[in-house]
Design a protein around this ligand. Sequence first.
Ligand code: UDX
Ligand code: UDX
Length: 430
Amino acid sequence: MANKTIAVIGTGYVGLVAGACLAFKGHKVTCFDINEKRIKDLSQGIIPFYEPGLEEKVKTSNLNFSLVNEDLLDGFEAIFISVGTPDDGSGKTDLSQVKSALDFVIKKSEKKKIIIIRSTVPAGTCTKLQEYIASKTEIQHVVCSNPEFTKEGDAINDFEKPERVVVGVPDISDSSLIDFFTSIYEDFIHKDNILFMSTESSELTKYASNAFLATKISFINDIARLCDKLNANIEEVSLGMGKDSRIGSSFLNSGLGYGGSCFPKDTLSLQNQANVVNESLYVLDGTIISNRIQIDYFFQKILNYFESKKLKKIITILGLSFKPETDDTRESRGLILYQLLLDRGFQVKCYDKMHLNLPENLSSLNYSKNMENALSGSNAVVITVEDNEFKKLDSSFLKKLGIKVVFDGRNILNGDHINKEIDYISIGKG
Ligand code: UDX
Ligand code: UDX
């Protein structure tokens, strides 16, 4: 493998993982960010978020950090752009961070570069960026798409052992581009599984993949609500479905629905992309609605229980991140439930073992890192994350602390077992 010189702009989960893993394999990588504190911390080996295995990779001597605007980019053959692409509030993707990263590349490059859009961007974005470059400079930079398929909490594994790498290039017959991507990815995957295609197809593959996974979750949640009505058990149904290899068992766990930095915004963005060209995505529309109502459905179960038992409204939420092994709370079901409960007059206590990255509007939210403290004095527990720690919850321990009911929002406990001592309420178990 010929080592490459690579720049990565944006040191969030996506950029930092890519930069560190490529540097670990021997490439010379510099990660850029506009956030001064982040660059200072990273230069001292301090990671701004929790991601298992990342700290060790970041220590490699091939990896450097720099503030955007400090250095010229001409030492680099290729530049990954992995800045945020949030929802603009109306479901449309906000590309302003990508645009400003691209402006930085244009301004600081005197030689031709391979510009790789790693952020999730709507189909057609790379083509538009290519046109934008042509309007700003004579230098013929090439814009490619290389979407990430990284699960937080397992991001290193996803980068180093991908099932496929998708690359969108403007000209599929350009062997120098094919050679470049093959040379950086063949350390991680057999070259037959590096899939070259048009930039539009590549961009859409990312959205279609995330939307499909989100659809599996919403579908099983729909069936779970039906199980509640028909006295069936969603775990048995899910097991029975998943054993069919055409269906597959992953992403068939029912619960409070999907959260995180990707599924919610990517499903909305895909819906928006279809609207713009007057196309309808009927299945995806349902996926989004189902995910929205699932949390209300569970919340109603909590309200009904408290009402029927005339219990004092004190409740403990276990888990505020959007899934296990992350400190990321973007679109977390726990935070949504927290707000719903507060609005209905509950006293809400919270537990999370992580030092959380909370959104600005909830930055003063008080949570305990000691589960027993968060539970004592409470009447009820709500599990919002499928964390291994919560799978071990013991009903005698809960009962001793005065807990009268467990609301299992991720269907991770054995209800029959818990039910012997305290009440157990889940989703889709009849
Ligand atoms: C990523 C992708 O960017 C997104 O498209 C994908 O769908 C999900 O994951 P993430 O890595 O979580 O997002 O990004 P984020 O945590 O928002 O970090 C982006 C970084 O880029 C920040 O550190 C920010 O300071 C930096 N940035 C932003 C720049 O360096 N330059 C800019 O112009 C804008
Ligand atoms: C996802 C994709 O998996 C990844 O490929 C993509 O690049 C980014 O988006 P991530 O958001 O990190 O990754 O988390 P993921 O593990 O996919 O979980 C997303 C949400 O779905 C979580 O809230 C999780 O609790 C929920 N989920 C997942 C379910 O409710 N049921 C399941 O069966 C699986």
